[in-house]
Design a protein around this ligand. Structure first.
Ligand code: FAD
Ligand code: MLT
Ligand code: ZN
Length: 464
């Protein structure tokens, strides 16, 4: 190991490595604090060639490498294991915007570019990079692609996968795979870049990406819609899509009890609402110069009894306060204590059934549970989290957690859904991947892993 460490230090130079625990603050713990690891060295290469040389050296020594972006992931995928024998490779110093092609509506960035900086680079030239999530000030474009991140604009623009035009990836043996083309149409053989999107650092290290840009959607209208039940949200979404020519940018579920949870835990993120409804949806539309169209559509929903209340943001500051609340949910939940996180999706046509049967299932499993459900209902994706009684002993918390999660994932599977809609598998959901994707699909995944990383040095212990 000492010889390898010396070799790595030589590759990345004095600014590109540390073995000092205090410099690794925030890098060895997963964001939720559920997983903690150790490492003998953190390397921070500055170029693709350095990443390639690091992988060549680690490959020759048979030492595993854990790629890390902003470390905002939620399933323990970006932290090393407890052995101290895995090299932690941060992309943070590879953070340049390499090219913004205004007329091609595309941009090439290094993998370590912070998402908010990529958004800003597009904005500066009148273009729009739509990937947006609560962690955007910290997470990196490479991490977003490696997790196939979702966020709040998926209904209109798709997940990270839909935004990628090309990738540069370093393979396990140090080979640099260059698919960094900025084309919307390309049928030359297999689309190999797709393999690395959502692969959570287990098939290659993404060093740069070409991503799609869009015209600036212009003025937006933001509203909080109050309703009696979450199930109504799907009907309202269908109606608004039709009436507003599908110009719905975001459609996020925020229940009343989640608004309270944010108010309790995150200063400056609460909303002083005059009336309260059991469920809200935060909707954003790009109705441009015709915000009255949203008003008219909401009036119809109210007259027809689906909406109890609707508050349209009067100005940008008010719209921002709605979004601050939405983006603070994950932090508020973290402050509130541990919960069972279920990041699930079902076809939109099954969402109402899922909500009804999910409630019944939880009540039948344990009447003393608390549900914390929120999120991207417009995409068929909910963070359907469950809080167990605080005073449960640790081992009971885990066994009960397991029982509840399993029953819930069975329900999701029976509705044609996924147990992992946007956060990935990491360490947390490995056994569920093996179970719910068992058969040819899982076998093919293992075959791909074996082919691309025969010595299992890329982020071992994650996904599989
Ligand atoms: P990391 O956490 O550092 O890494 C995640 C995985 O990608 C790991 O497996 C790591 O090994 C791998 N990886 C990182 N960089 C590379 C690379 N260059 N090459 C290969 N592999 C790499 N997620 C959503 O999808 N939607 C949301 O709405 C959302 N909201 C969030 C809100 C908050 C407040 C927080 C804290 C997180 C949220 N997340 C959300 C989860 C997280 O932000 C995303 O998964 C994000 O895409 C992770 O990016 P990262 O750079 O932090 O990656
Ligand atoms: C969100 O949508 O806020 C996130 O994905 C975070 C979470 O699941 O807590
Ligand atoms: Zn989410």
């Amino acid at each position: 190991m000492t010889a390898l460490l010396d070799e790595l230090k030589g590759i990345v130079g004095p600014k590109g490595w540390t073995t000092d625990a205090s410099d690794m603050e925030g890098r060895l713990n997963e964001w939720r604090g559920v997983y903690e690891g150790r490492t003998s060295i953190l390397v921070q290469p500055k170029t693709t060639d350095e990443v390639a040389a690091v992988l060549r050296a680690c490959s020759a020594a048979g030492v595993p490498v854990v790629p890390q972006g902003g470390n905002t992931g939620m399933c323990g995928a970006a932290v090393p294991d407890a052995s101290g024998e895995q090299v932690l490779l941060s992309l943070g110093r590879m953070n340049r915007i390499l090219e913004v092609d205004v007329s091609n509506f595309s941009m090439v960035v290094e993998a370590g570019c912070v998402l908010a900086n990529a958004q800003e680079a597009a904005r500066k030239v009148g273009r729009y990079f739509p990937l947006s999530l609560g962690a955007e000030g910290t997470c990196q474009v490479g991490g977003n692609i490696a997790t196939n991140a979702g966020g709040i604009n998926v209904g209109r623009y798709g997940t990270a996968r839909a935004l990628v035009l090309g990738l540069e990836v370093v393979l396990a043996d140090g080979t640099v795979l260059d698919t960094l083309r900025s084309l919307r149409k390309d049928t030359a053989g297999y689309d190999v870049k797709q393999l690395f999107i959502g692969s959570e650092g287990t098939l290659g290290i993404i060093t740069a990406a070409s991503v799609r840009l869009f015209p600036d959607p212009g003025e937006r209208s933001t509203a909080l819609l109050g309703m009696e039940s979450a199930g109504v949200a799907v009907d309202i979404l269908g109606n608004l899509r039709r009436q507003l020519d599908n110009r719905i940018e975001s459609f996020e579920l925020v229940p009343d009890y989640v608004i309270d949870m944010v108010a309790r835990n995150v200063p400056d993120a609460s909303l002083p609402l005059a009336t309260t409804c059991p469920w809200y949806v935060l909707v954003e539309t790009s109705t441009g110069s015709e915000p009255e169209r949203l008003e008219a559509a909401l009036l119809r929903e109210t007259e027809e009894g689906r909406l109890l209340d609707a508050i349209i943001a009067k100005n940008e500051a008010e719209a921002e306060s709605f979004w601050r609340l939405r983006h603070s949910i994950a932090e508020a939940e973290r402050q509130d204590g541990r919960s069972l996180k279920h990041d699930i999706s079902v076809p939109l046509s099954k969402m109402q059934e899922f909500l009804l049967r999910g409630d019944e299932l939880l009540a039948s499993l344990r009447p003393d549970l608390k549900l914390v459900a929120f999120g991207h209902v417009g995409d068929g994706n909910l963070h359907y989290n469950v809080v167990l009684p605080r005073d449960l002993p640790d081992d009971e918390w885990h066994s009960e957690g397991e029982r509840i999660t399993h029953a819930l994932y069975d329900l999701v599977a029976s509705l044609g859904g996924s147990f992992s809609a946007e956060h990935g598998v990491g360490q947390a959901k490995r056994k569920y991947l093996a179970e719910y994707r068992a058969g040819p699909e899982f076998e093919l995944m293992k075959m791909l892993k074996k082919t691309l990383d025969p010595a299992n040095i890329l982020n071992p212990g994650k996904v599989f």
